[in-house]
Design a binder for this molecule. Structure first.
Ligand code: GLU
Length: 417
C-alpha cells in the first residue's frame, strides 16, 4: 500500500477548513466542528482460549449530535488508533448530513487482529467492550453498526449485551443485525447498492454506458464484493479485483462470484485462474472506466494520483483519497463520487432498520431498495447542485453541503447555557 504521509485526522480537519472557507463560517463554529464532543478509550481484558489474559484497546468517538443521535460503525483492525477513529467519526457526521438522515456522527474500534481470534474470543471481546461503552450508547444516544471486520453476528452480541443490562430486548440500539433478529432486508449489501445507484447517476451525467464499462475494485469485503457482483449483473466488465493480500487482473473480464468461491477456499482472490496477479498499487493504476477503492483510508495520495487512469472514481471506502490527490484527480478531469456520498447507502439502510425497529415493523426488500434509491438519487442531486453553486468539484461540494447542514443546526440550536 502507498506510504501513509498524511493522517486521516489531518485530512478530515483540512476538509472542514476548506468547507468553512466556502461557507464563510464563523471561526468558533468551525472550531466546534473540528473537535469530537466525546472520546472514550477503554482497556478491554479477555481470557484467550489458551487461558491467558490479553488486554485490547477499545475506542468510541462521538463527534456531533447536532442533527440526531450519534451514529457509526465499529471496526476491528490492527491499525485502529484514536486519531483514525476520530476522523471516521467526523466523516460519519457529514455523511449523515449529506444523506439527509437525522443522525450525528460517531465511530468505534478495537485495536486487534480479528483473523487471529477464535469466534469465542471475538464474542468475549465484543461483549466486554459493549459493557465498557454501555453508558454512552443507546437508541436515542448512540447507535453502533458494522464496519471493517465486524458483521451481523457482532451486532447481535452487542444487542444482547445491552439488552441483558436493560432487562428487555432493545433491537434499536444497533443496526446491521441478522435478518432473523430484527435486522433490515437489504442492509448487508446496502453500501454497495447505494454506490451503484450513484454510479448510475454519474454515468447519465457523463454520457457513459454501463454495458461493457471496465471496472477495477480494490477490496473484497462486504462493499467491494457486493459492488463487483451488482455491477457484473448490470453488464459491466470487472477487469481487476483485490483484497489485503494482493489483486488479480484480466482485461477480458472476471466473474466476481467465481472469485468469491475461490477466496472462500484459498483465503485470497490471488492466483485465480486466467488472471495475472497484481499488487494493490497496480490495481489503483489500472486503466478502467470506473475505479472503486473499497478498502482502507489514504490509498490515493499525491504520489500515485497522477497515474490513476479512470473516468469515474466511486469511493466505497471511507477516506481513500487525500485532499492533495483529490486536487490532482479533479485537474485530470476525473469525475469523483466522494466517500461521504458514495458509501452513504449503508448508514441510510441502518436508518431504515432503526425506524423499522422503533415501529416494530418489517419492510420488504423491494421497499428498502426503492427507498434507498430515492435517498441516494436525491443526495447525488444535492451534491451535484452544490458543485454548480460553489463552482467546485464533487468532493468539495459534498463536504461543503454536509458541513453546512450541520453548521445550520448548531446555529439554530444555539449554545447552552
Ligand atoms: N460503517 C458504515 C459506514 O462507514 C455504516 C455505519 C452505520 O450504518 O451506522 O458508513
Amino acid at each position: 500500500m502507498p506510504n501513509k504521509k498524511i493522517s486521516a485526522l489531518e485530512v478530515a480537519i483540512q476538509q472542514v477548513d476548506l468547507a468553512a472557507e466556502m461557507l464563510n463560517l464563523e471561526s468558533g463554529i468551525c472550531e466546534m466542528l473540528k473537535k469530537p464532543t466525546k472520546s472514550l478509550i477503554v482497556a478491554v481484558p479477555i481470557r484467550r482460549d489458551n487461558g491467558e489474559i490479553n488486554v485490547f484497546t477499545g475506542i468510541r468517538v462521538q463527534h456531533s449530535k447536532a442533527r440526531g443521535p450519534y451514529k457509526g460503525g465499529i471496526r476491528y483492525h490492527p491499525d485502529v488508533t484514536l486519531e483514525e477513529v476520530t476522523a471516521l467519526a467526523m466523516w460519519m457526521t457529514w455523511k449523515c448530513a449529506v444523506a439527509d438522515i437525522p443522525y450525528g456522527g460517531a465511530k468505534g474500534g478495537i485495536k486487534c487482529n480479528p483473523k487471529e481470534l477464535s469466534i469465542g474470543e471475538l464474542e468475549r471481546l465484543t461483549r466486554r467492550y459493549t459493557t465498557m461503552i454501555l453508558n454512552i450508547i443507546g437508541p436515542y444516544q448512540d447507535v453502533p453498526a458494522p464496519d471493517v471486520y465486524t458483521d451481523a453476528q457482532t451486532m447481535a452480541w452487542i444487542m444482547d449485551t445491552y439488552s441483558q443490562f436493560k432487562g428487555y430486548l432493545v433491537p434499536e440500539v444497533v443496526t446491521g443485525k441478522p435478518l432473523h433478529l430484527q435486522g433490515s432486508e437489504g442492509r448487508e449489501a446496502a453500501t454497495a447498492r447505494g454506490l451503484t445507484y450513484c454510479i448510475d447517476e454519474a454515468t447519465k451525467h457523463l454520457g457513459m454506458k454501463l454495458r461493457n464499462a471496465t471496472v477495477a475494485v480494490q477490496g473484497f469485503g462486504k462493499v467491494g464484493w457486493n459492488a463487483a457482483r451488482i455491477l457484473d449483473d448490470q453488464g459491466c466488465k470487472i477487469i481487476a479485483l483485490s483484497d489485503s493480500k494482493g489483486g488479480i487482473y484480466n482485461p477480458k473480464g472476471i466473474n466476481p462470484t467465481k472469485v468469491n468461491e475461490h477466496k472462500k477456499k484459498t483465503d485470497s482472490v490471488m492466483d485465480y485462474k486466467g488472471c495475472k496477479n497484481i499488487t494493490n498499487e497496480e490495481l489503483l493504476e489500472t486503466e478502467c472506466d470506473i475505479l472503486i477503492p473499497a478498502a482502507m483510508e489514504n490509498q490515493i495520495t499525491k504520489e500515485n494520483a497522477g497515474n490513476i487512469k479512470t473516468h469515474l472514481l466511486a469511493e466505497g471506502a471511507n477516506g481513500p483519497t487525500t485532499p492533495e490527490a483529490s486536487k490532482i484527480l479533479a485537474e485530470k478531469g476525473i469525475f469523483m463520487i466522494p466517500d461521504i456520498l458514495a458509501n452513504s447507502g449503508g448508514v441510510t439502510v441502518s436508518y431504515f432498520e432503526w425506524v423499522q425497529n422503533l415501529h416494530r415493523e418489517h419492510w420488504t426488500k423491494e421497499e428498502v431498495h426503492r427507498k434507498l434509491k430515492y435517498k441516494m438519487v436525491n443526495a447525488f442531486k444535492d451534491v451535484f447542485d452544490a458543485m454548480k453553486e460553489y463552482e467546485t468539484d464533487m468532493r468539495n461540494a459534498a463536504f461543503t453541503l454536509g458541513v453546512g447542514r450541520v453548521a445550520d443546526s448548531i446555529k439554530s440550536l444555539g449554545l447552552w447555557p
